[in-house]
Ligand binder design. Sequence first.
Ligand code: PGA
Length: 316
Amino acid sequence: MNITLRQLRVFSAVARHLSFTRAAEELCLTQPAVSMQVKQLESQLDVSLFEHLGKKIYLTEMGREVYHYSRSVLQQLDELQGVLNSLKGLGKGKLKISVASTANYFIPVLLAGFCQRYPGVTVSLDVTNRETLLTQLAENEVDMVVMGQPPDDMDLGADPFMENPLVIVAPPEHPLAKDKKIPLQRLEQEVFLVREPGSGTRIAMERFFAQHDVHITTGMEVGSNEAIKQSVQAGLGLGLLSRDTVEMELALGRLVILNVSEFPIMRYWYVVHRQGKRLSMVAQTFKDYLLQESPSLLGKGEQKLPQARIREAHSA
Ligand code: PGA
């Protein structure tokens, strides 16, 4: 077998996007150059990696296998580069992180501070929901992730670094907007907009109501925090969201937090990586930075963080 790393990189990009055009854009290559690399890889391995059905392309079974191995080869090489950089004591390197979509409301500010302090570091940031984060950890695709409570059934190192209260939001004209200590059972008369399956916020919401034996009515299923906020403002129902996502709407008076007993649901933000993963110097420095400085950089008051990590089941 005489394949090259370049072929693997190009093939992985096509397989990730399932598109030659988008892979070419990402790699700053022309589309014929991308097709050529994939063809050469196919001929070296003597297999077809993609099949074309209509305008779409799909990985063949062999393509899926090659994708699985090429990701791990490329990840190992990135890790090697990180370790070598640390040994050389370079102030530069690459940080590859993924964060829960809800964490996107504060992570860019923290990254900006980090990149200012370490200008030689290049960051690759992916924003996705909890379920995808867990797959990325399992596949060792990232240095670390930022998420709500990590699951119990994976071998993970997880450190809490900030509170993440979940609140119920309503439009300011909602009949409950001015009430105090609204009993939990009163929520059974309301309709809730919910995030998509796989969202950590949704899992926490369902668990909380089940634990308190409250049977809420769910209305529309909405795939992002932004869309939930818009739908709540439009009067389509109540939303249960991380407080971090609604700062602006609260300040502008577009949404209010309902004063419901037992609320907020207190969750925490964790920085999580695979147990035993050898963090590069850049990744370790970023982790320390999150743990020590995030609340103060974000202007949050004193935080009460759990001593040990609170675990929750992967699929619960
Ligand atoms: P989500 O994650 O954006 O997937 O809802 C947030 C969390 O895990 O708390």
